[in-house]
Design a protein. Structure first.
Length: 302
């Protein structure tokens, strides 16, 4: 195989509850117009393997493994990385699909930057999201989670994941925000090359494994603030995450925690809107359910 088109392993994590979506994801991987070999590794996490999805096509194989690490999405992703044998590893969640040109568009630029641990590209869900630049920096990620860099856009160098950058963190509470944390680590290592094309599709649907677990989500965001003191260098970035902890804690009816983080977010930036939503909920002016309905109606996240 030409060095220009090295083999790629694609990790597809599933808990077995979305079989039709899993098949659509695998079909989009097999349908890549990439000249190199592509192997999909399906990681079955706390569920029985569906062997019917496997394929022995030498250029578009589908294999499987179980989650042999912590029982959450971080452990599942890391199990796939450990099962891979190629230097390049990509991810496609079982509820997402790739457009045919994804790997062909990403690989050449990524190979040209050997220090980069991770590459990304644009995505579409209810709207197109494309980062306005050809590289994502650590400073960019301190300011924003950047939904334009979704996990299914990731293309990574396995040797760097097994070396200086590290795997997905298995310490984050329940594995939530493990993708954001890896983005931070990868960008701190080297800027992230970005293809300004929509190459990933994330169909809007219900069924997030995390939705409604507000206390756990707040724990994860607080974990990020604790483990990345660099957030204090950017008032906007710190206020954003602190405001999320405040808001999520208010939804969970943890009033004391919510007010504590509301104060911290407000002191960092009085322009952070989540602080006002948290205050309104804590003051019983509105309910958390009402605020969530407004957010969903506008198609925005928390």
């Amino acid at each position: 195989m030409s060095e220009s088109w090295p083999p790629v392993s694609v990790v597809v994590c599933t808990t077995g509850n979305r079989p039709d979506m899993l098949r659509a994801a695998l079909k989009s991987i097999a349908g890549q117009d990439y000249p190199g070999d592509v192997t999909a590794i399906v990681v079955f996490d706390r569920c029985e393997p569906d062997l019917a999805v496997l394929s022995d096509d030498p250029h578009r194989r589908v294999t499987w493994t179980s989650n042999t690490r912590v029982p959450n999405v971080a452990g599942s992703r890391n199990s796939g990385i450990m099962a891979a044998t190629t230097d390049l590893v990509a991810f496609c969640d079982d509820d997402n699909t790739w457009r045919p040109g994804k790997l062909r568009a990403q690989v050449p630029g990524f190979l040209a930057e050997p220090d980069a641990a991770l590459a990304s590209c644009g995505m579409v869900s209810t709207q197109e999201r494309i980062f306005p630049g050809d590289h994502i920096t650590f400073a960019d990620l301190l300011r924003s989670r950047l939904p334009s860099a979704t996990t299914s856009s990731f293309l990574l160098r396995r040797p760097l994941l097994l070396g200086p950058v590290g795997l997905f963190s298995e310490e984050i509470p329940r594995g939530f925000a493990e993708d954001y944390e890896l983005l931070l680590r990868a960008a701190r290592h080297a800027p992230i090359p970005y293809v300004q094309q929509v190459l990933v599709e994330v169909p809007p649907h219900e069924g997030s494994h995390f939705y409604g677990r507000w206390q756990m989500i707040a724990d994860s965001h607080e974990w990020l603030l604790t483990h990345y003191p660099e957030f204090r260098r950017t008032r906007r970035g710190y206020a954003r995450l602190a405001g999320q902890v405040a808001f999520e804690s208010s939804i969970a009816r943890n009033w004391r925690r919510s007010l504590r983080w509301t104060r911290r977010a407000f002191l960092a930036s009085p322009l952070e809107p989540r602080t006002y939503a948290a205050l309104a909920i804590c003051s019983r002016v509105v309910t958390g359910e009402w605020v969530l309905r407004q957010i969903q109606a506008r198609g925005s996240g928390t």
